[in-house]
Design a protein around this ligand. Sequence first.
Ligand SMILES: *[C@@H]1O[C@H](CO)[C@@H](O)[C@H](O)[C@H]1NC(C)=O
Ligand SMILES: *[C@@H]1O[C@H](CO)[C@@H](O)[C@H](O)[C@H]1NC(C)=O
Length: 269
Amino acid sequence: MRPKYFLYIFALQLISPASSVPLTSAQNGTPTGTRLFPGDSFISTLIGNHVPSFATSIPLSGVSAETQKNLSLFRTATLTLNKSHLTDFLDNSRGFLYPVFERKRCQLGKDTDRVVPFYTSNALGAYFENIFHMIPAWTNNEISLSRFDLFHGHLFANPITKAVGVVFHSKEYPAQNDDTFPFNLGFCQINSDTVFSERTMRKRNLIWVIDAADRTSLWWIDMAIQTGNSAIDSILGGEPFYTLYESNFGHVIADFYFLKNLELGASLY
Ligand SMILES: *[C@@H]1O[C@H](CO)[C@@H](O)[C@H](O)[C@H]1NC(C)=O
Ligand SMILES: *[C@@H]1O[C@H](CO)[C@@H](O)[C@H](O)[C@H]1NC(C)=O
């Protein structure tokens, strides 16, 4: 859930046999050196032609041709894994401090002392802010925008499918409860008004994806579903936290942070 934990998971993946599958030219169109990720099938399924049993499609509003073009450029830049290509989209001169809470003992992100907004000219900040804003309505208010619930997403690049996506984590700090959620998640959990329930926790993750053809989609994932396909089921599950790990889906490139009344800020890895 917390950044250190992500790093730990990431480190585990680097040494785990499952993620070090030897690369062969038999991989259709896969350039040599492209890593295979445990969630490759998961992503292929989301962007494929069949409705996945583990996800609900959420309709995205249409965007202007210019924004669509900029999303496409952003996808390509993200796939290069070269930070300097991404910084072209970010307005470094407007970097800002993300709020801290509980007498500075609660920091919501990996380095919220400085996050960087998109250039307003490319419209991408507004695009992703709109997704954050719409998630509560789209999920019948099962998810709300708050520092205990939805306030961040993780940008990943999946080399096999050439898709780029954002994993949105909601229910980040449910209130501690002796009976239903007896977990101490640290300072950011203090005063949480997010009530744990199994029903909402299993659906705490959403994924926005832009595929190789620049088609965008947004998915509300049900982590408690089992599909019978082990490549997908290994990504699901994980009660009671039900965290969908972005590092399963590709190279993790940046975090997006968003709270009401603030601009969306990005923090590159
Ligand atoms: C990253 O991109 C910049 C700008 O295009 C380029 O100068 C640099 O060599 C690239 N770095 C790598 C490691 O490819
Ligand atoms: C797309 O990005 C370019 C370069 O940043 C910018 O000039 C253009 O205005 C952007 N389009 C939109 C719709 O913001």
